[in-house]
Design a protein around this ligand. Structure first.
Ligand SMILES: Cc1cc2nc3c(=O)[nH]c(=O)nc-3n(C[C@H](O)[C@H](O)[C@H](O)COP(=O)(O)O)c2cc1C
Length: 391
């Protein structure tokens, strides 16, 4: 399902320092079976020499469009046209041009042509965080998503917009070619950590990265589902143009779920705060000791079947340092209380999996208390195995 064997992929490069990553991307795509053709903007050639990409891809590199009409040969409506066009890295400049159909470099000409011949397009923005936060750059990216361009967002870490890992870019490309076996299904996925404000500055939250939920939403989207994502705080951004609703508190998350509950499947992967607290305005003084009164927040999972009893409901149960038997027992109890169809249980007491990690090991518990074990592997693969259970 995830091979790139026989795929023809055009990798376009623009003038970002992250262009130094592109040869690695090209080599990885070739290793996975793809044939790769590279196109560079003039600015990109000032950062890496075209010879490096010629070496990496094994093909001549297009740096300008000539009488050979390279753009038509690569991305026109011709039998040998490419299967995907990937702009990695993509500058703020080229994002703006693509979003406005401006075409004045070899890269933008290939992208314009690909649009017209229905080739899937993916962009991987790379720029300093201050550029990435420019509202018009963000608006341009939203516009690209609206026109079905896949955007693999940078990792925002330590105040920097870091180029995503090569494996993240490659998996984004693989996802363009996934079998659309969830076509026609409407799926609501929740992800990330909710935030309960204590005052205008402080809050209660948890360490959930949202990675599991976002992989579930992305994989469901890549498999053809109509996905609505409701997310609290997350470390990652969804790459696909799905409906993406951002919320803060457990209450806001519940309201967003209610408004989008008319679906076939609900996957509630968010780490919702168990408690809420009455927000005080301003900043509470630190001069004296302070007792916070925490009140239990709505158990969202238990409300979902009441809102839509036909939805196939998948919940998550995280426990800390328990035996497998205890984990399954707690998951089953949760399943019964929510009338859920599956609970995905994991032990977050271990360093190398679960919360924050890219990997997970889970036990899937069903209403007959049957247990399926998915051993330690990447959350993306776990997400697909979970989705296999509902298709
Ligand atoms: C060394 C260097 C690094 C740059 N890095 C970036 C970058 O990471 N992201 C970006 O949007 N622009 C970056 N720029 C600016 C772009 O190269 C510039 O906007 C250029 O016009 C982009 O043209 P292109 O989109 O056709 O490649 C950089 C420029 C230089 C000289």
């Amino acid at each position: 399902m995830l091979s790139l064997k026989g795929r023809k992929i055009i990798v376009c490069v623009t003038g970002s320092v992250a262009a130094t990553e592109t040869p690695k991307l090209v080599r990885e795509l070739i290793r996975k079976g793809a044939s790769v053709f590279c196109v560079m903007s003039k600015s990109a050639t000032g950062i890496i020499h075209p010879d490096v990409l010629q070496w990496a891809s094994g093909h001549d590199v297009v740096t300008q469009i000539t009488g050979k009409v390279e753009h038509v040969k690569l991305a026109g409506a011709v039998p040998e046209k490419a299967d995907a066009v990937v702009v990695a890295p993509c500058t703020a400049n080229t994002i703006g041009k693509i979003a406005n159909a401006i075409d004045d470099t070899a890269v933008t000409t290939v992208v314009t042509t690909a649009f017209g011949s229905g080739i899937p397009i993916m962009v991987v923005p790379a720029m300093h965080i201050s550029m990435y936060r420019h509202p018009i750059v963000l608006e341009n990216l939203a516009k690209l998503k609206k026109f079905k361009v896949t955007v693999v967002a940078p990792r925002e870490e330590e105040g920097k917009a870091k180029f995503p890992s090569i494996s993240r870019v490659v998996s984004g490309i693989e996802m363009l070619f996934m079998e659309k076996d969830l076509f026609g299904k409407k799926i609501l996925v929740t992800a990330g950590a909710t935030v309960e404000d204590i005052d205008s500055v402080r809050y209660i939250s948890n360490r959930s990265s949202g990675k599991m939920g976002i992989w579930l939403a992305e994989q469901a989207y890549a498999r053809g589902a109509d996905v609505t994502l409701v997310r609290g705080n997350t470390l990652v951004e969804p790459a696909y143009p799905m409906k993406d609703i951002k919320v803060k508190s457990a209450k806001e998350m519940f309201n967003a779920i209610k408004e989008n509950i008319n679906v076939d499947i609900v996957v509630h992967a968010a780490a919702v705060s168990d408690y809420t607290v009455e927000k005080q305005s301003g900043k509470i003084s630190t001069k004296s000791s302070l007792a916070l009164e925490l009140t239990p927040a709505t158990k969202i999972l238990e409300k979902i079947k009441k809102l839509n009893k036909r939805a196939f409901l998948i919940g998550f149960k995280a426990e800390y340092n328990v035996t497998k038997e205890q984990l399954v027992e707690k998951a089953f109890k949760k399943l019964k209380a929510a009338k859920a169809d599956l609970i995905i249980a994991n032990d977050i007491g271990r360093q190398d999996r679960g919360i924050g990690s890219d990997n997970n090991e889970v036990y899937v518990v069903d209403p007959k208390k049957r247990v399926t074990h998915f051993g330690l592997e990447h959350k993306r693969l776990i997400a697909n195995k979970i989705l296999d259970l509902v298709k």
